[in-house]
Design a protein around this ligand. Structure first.
Ligand SMILES: Nc1ncnc2c1ncn2[C@@H]1O[C@H](COP(=O)(O)OP(=O)(O)OP(=O)(O)O)[C@@H](O)[C@H]1O
Ligand SMILES: [Mg+2]
Length: 336
């Protein structure tokens, strides 16, 4: 991800693109606003959420485990939530709060069993910080899973991750939302199943969320090098096929433990003529590899597969394998 410097530079040079919130501090100039140090985060936010511990920190946000004191007061035995706010670097930058709201609005628009569930978008007026509350996921992110399984996952395990992940993304796209940052650390698997999260770089397709503030993203080159499609890294706008490329990178890596482009940014890999090493049927069914290969095309005009088609191919391959298993176990049942 790029640093805060890019956003700040952008804000100071493009005043007309700023979006303000009621709780933002009154400031003389935007440049002054950047220089105000954020207030320290209190132990209890908005008089309600007691921060218990840090769960993770990414390029822009910090995520805490928190206890909802209100729910606790009413006897909820599980009053725990995850609470995401911007890290200090961004906390006083009003446009960045709008980015956090955009993440909230996009995620809320997609309700799916494999997409993280959001509770609310709130602000603590004392420390002047906006935050999102959401379900507390318990499990492993796929990057941690890959550390534990460096050779990748056999097909039955891979299928149980790939199918819900593709399913979630197909639903996201069907709601007119683009994720923009599909990568192993933005997917968690646990006892409650798989969850896709972190829509911080997401966008709504035209007409999907017309009321959402228009944000300036000039100078905000935040794409993740290892998973972003080459055209995004070249500066093209985010479109659905870029998500298809990223999800294919993740599935490839889960299948064999190796990154398809050896971690070279995809536009550089394309420019030096690098080719993705084919996966064999010991990794995943042939028809899945055929569609994954198409999804990994450098040239977006040759990436003629949607996430819905990818989903269909993976689902039918898994049904086919299941059928083969049943045939072996009960051969008489399948006699013609
Ligand atoms: N709902 C949640 N429950 C439990 N842990 C979470 C939750 N949301 C996020 N995390 C943890 O916090 C980390 C950072 O979260 P997230 O990816 O949303 O932040 P980010 O700043 O947008 O990250 P980046 O931009 O680097 O992808 C995650 O990788 C995960 O470990
Ligand atoms: Mg993240």
């Amino acid at each position: 991800m790029s640093g805060a410097g890019d956003v700040l530079e952008d804000l100071s040079s493009r005043d007309e693109d700023l979006t303000y919130f009621a709780f933002a501090k009154p400031v003389a100039t935007h440049r002054d606003a950047m220089q105000v140090r954020p207030e320290p985060v209190p132990d209890v936010l908005a008089g309600r959420y007691r921060l218990e511990r840090l769960l993770g920190a990414g390029g822009m946000g910090v995520v805490y485990r928190a206890r909802d004191l209100l729910q606790e007061q009413f006897g909820d035995p599980e009053p725990y939530v995850a609470l995401k706010m911007l890290c200090d670097e961004y906390a006083d930058c009003v446009d960045a709060s709008a980015l956090l709201f955009s993440e909230f609005a996009l995620t809320r628009r997609v309700q799916h069993p494999n997409v993280v569930r959001l509770y609310g978008f709130e602000a603590d007026t004392r420390c002047n910080r906006a935050f999102i509350t959401m379900e507390l996921m318990r499990g492993l992110t796929l990057d941690k899973l890959l550390c534990e399984r460096p050779l990748g996952l056999p097909w039955p395990e891979l299928r149980d991750i790939a199918l819900p992940l593709i399913d979630a993304l197909a639903h996201v796209h069907s709601r007119g939302v683009l994720h923009g940052d599909i990568k192993p650390s933005n997917v968690m698997v646990g006892e409650e199943g798989l969850r896709l999260f972190d829509f911080g770089l997401g966008l709504a397709e035209e007409d999907a969320l017309p009321g959402l503030p228009k944000l300036s993203r000039h100078g905000f080159h935040a794409w993740t090098f290892g998973y972003a499609a080459p055209e995004l890294l070249d500066g093209s706008p985010l479109v659905a096929s870029a998500d298809v490329f990223s999800v294919a990178c993740v599935i490839y890596e889960l299948a064999c433990g190796k990154h398809p482009l050896r971690r070279v940014p995809s536009n550089q890999a394309r420019d030096v003529g690098m080719e993705v090493e084919p996966l064999t049927s010991s990794h995943l069914p042939k028809r899945c590899w055929t569609s994954l290969k198409t999804a990994l095309s450098f040239d977006p005009s040759k990436r003629h597969i949607t996430v819905a088609q990818l989903r269909q191919d993976f689902a039918s391959a898994s049904n086919f394998k299941l059928l083969q298993g049943w045939r072996r176990l009960f051969p008489n049942r399948f006699r013609q």
